[in-house]
Ligand binder design. Structure first.
Ligand code: GLU
Length: 288
């Protein structure tokens, strides 16, 4: 078993991260497997070296060891570009010039009929740029947002593709097989952005490529990413990558029942540590 913890260095790790990291670490150790670390620093406007250093310190203090040098997504651009190029050449991507506001307006336009649908990646894209001319023989466009043409992508997988994933997390019945239908993917997920204007990639693309590159066999992460997994399954199939098993765990909430966010510095691991808590205390606080 190979598990991983994949934090973004955009703030201090809090109790929710501790739970995710400890769970992934413990599962790998219990199975005699490997635990890997990946720094998801593709958002250069929010990522900071000091948060990355803090991640290493917090994890080490928690007693977590990782079995290889951490992978850093900011160093993985060639891999992301190669995948985008392959999808582009198959005619499965198109450039999109819509702004957030354009999408909201188009999605709620009366002539569209139904109410706007929210997918795992925000409003389901109404398709404004989908039918503009695209030339798959041309080089991959740089500096443009690129969307996956979900309809074409699914059609390229055959008539009735068997899409789904195993999930052993509390968010679902243990070891459930989650099935995905092309209709639900088209209507409820739609044409997601796979490459941003300022970066050749996106969370969804990079997470899929890097989980495969690190040989991850079990992805352990919060239930907030459960819905996004359907995107990851489609991308794995399109890119010829194996779908790992998943374990979407419960979210750690504050006393008011709100899930913890990076900005909740009050729950930062470093803060508890400074106040004299032990790693065992942290384990207890997250219910381990
Ligand atoms: N980098 C993501 C985060 O910090 C986690 C991604 C994942 O586990 O797939 O929220």
């Amino acid at each position: 078993m190979i598990t991983r913890f994949a934090p973004s260095p955009t703030g201090p790790l809090h109790l929710g991260h501790a739970y995710s990291a400890l769970l992934a670490h413990d599962m790998a150790r219990a199975a005699g497997g490997r635990f890997l670390l990946r720094i998801e620093d593709i958002d250069s406007t929010r990522s900071r070296p000091r948060w990355e250093q803090q991640i290493y310190q917090d994890l080490a203090w928690l007693g977590i060891t990782w079995d290889a040098a951490p992978m850093r997504q900011s160093e993985r651009l060639p891999a992301y570009r190669a995948a985008l190029q392959a999808l582009w050449a198959r005619g499965l991507l198109y450039p999109c010039t819509c702004k957030r506001r354009d999408i909201a307006t188009a999605a709620s336009a009366p002539q569209e009929g139904a109410a706007p649908v929210h997918g795992p990646d925000g409003l389901v894209y109404p398709g404004t740029c989908r039918d503009k001319a695209r030339d798959a023989a041309a080089p991959l466009p740089e500096g443009a947002a690129l969307r996956l043409d979900m309809g074409r992508a699914l059609a390229s997988l055959g008539v009735a593709p068997d899409l789904g994933f195993e999930d052993s997390g509390e968010a679902t019945a243990a070891q459930a097989r989650i099935r995905l239908t092309p209709a639900a993917l088209r209507d409820g997920v739609g044409d997601i952005v796979l490459s941003r204007r300022d970066f050749p990639g996106s969370y969804h693309l990079s997470v899929v490529i890097d989980d495969a590159a690190q040989g991850v066999t079990k992805v352990i992460r919060g239930a907030d990413l459960f819905e996004a997994t359907q995107i990851h399954v489609v991308l794995q199939r399109l890119l010829g990558l194996a779908t790992p098993r998943y374990h979407h765990h419960r979210l750690i909430r504050d006393a008011a029942g709100k899930r913890l966010a990076k900005r909740d510095d009050a729950r930062a691991i470093a803060k508890y540590r400074a106040e004299g808590a032990s790693p065992a205390d942290i384990r207890r606080m997250v219910g381990l």
